[in-house]
Write a protein that binds this ligand. Structure first.
Ligand code: FES
Length: 185
């Protein structure tokens, strides 16, 4: 009588996953992934802190033009005219009158736009909200609450006009009566 041979183990059911990693491998993979994230985050934070430190070592420096400039001789300016030659470079209009000159700021006193000089209408007109100023700088229309500001102006020893933008004169404070707010010629 022959003994029954042991049957070979039957093949796993088709529905069972074929390559499921052992639990310990999956756990290790999970761990490495999160370690990677953590190190990347740490490196990014360190770089950000380092770049902040470097910025403090090299602060932003604003090189602004000298607020004092030589505007040439009074005879270079026509009497009764608003002169535009310093508008772009220094944001200043020079106005020549029969008895002297003054330097007007080109900054609108409403919200800071730059008005344009309208020769035919003899006024400065602001393109932003329509404020109008006479050649003197006095506001007369639109929302601007006060006149344009004037800068200090004087004659240098060589007879040239010196404009000093670091000193301002406001009409509403009675400062247009102060010396240097107007250059008598
Ligand atoms: Fe000039 Fe508003 S900024 S009218």
């Amino acid at each position: 009588m022959s003994e029954e041979q042991p049957k070979p183990p039957s093949s796993p059911p088709a529905s069972a996953p074929k390559t499921q990693p052992p639990v310990s491998v999956a756990r290790r993979h999970f761990l490495f992934t999160w370690l990677g994230f953590a190190w990347t985050g740490f490196a990014a934070a360190t770089l950000a802190a380092l770049s902040t430190c470097l910025r403090f070592m090299f602060p932003n420096v604003l090189f602004e033009p000298n607020p004092i400039f030589n505007a040439g001789k009074p005879d270079d300016y026509d009497i009764g005219k608003v002169d535009l030659r310093w508008k772009e470079k220094y944001a200043v209009w020079l106005v020549r009158e029969p008895e002297g000159m003054y330097a007007l700021s080109t900054v609108c006193t409403h919200l800071g736009c730059t008005p344009s000089w309208m020769e035919s209408e003899q006024k400065f007109k602001c393109p932003c909200h329509g404020s109008g100023f006479y050649a003197s700088g006095i506001n007369f229309e639109g929302p601007a609450p006060r006149p344009l500001e004037r800068y200090a102006i004087r004659l240098g020893e060589d007879g040239n006009i010196i404009v000093d933008k670091s000193r301002k004169f406001q009409q509403e404070k009675g400062e247009w009566n102060q010396p240097d707010s107007f250059l008598y010629l």
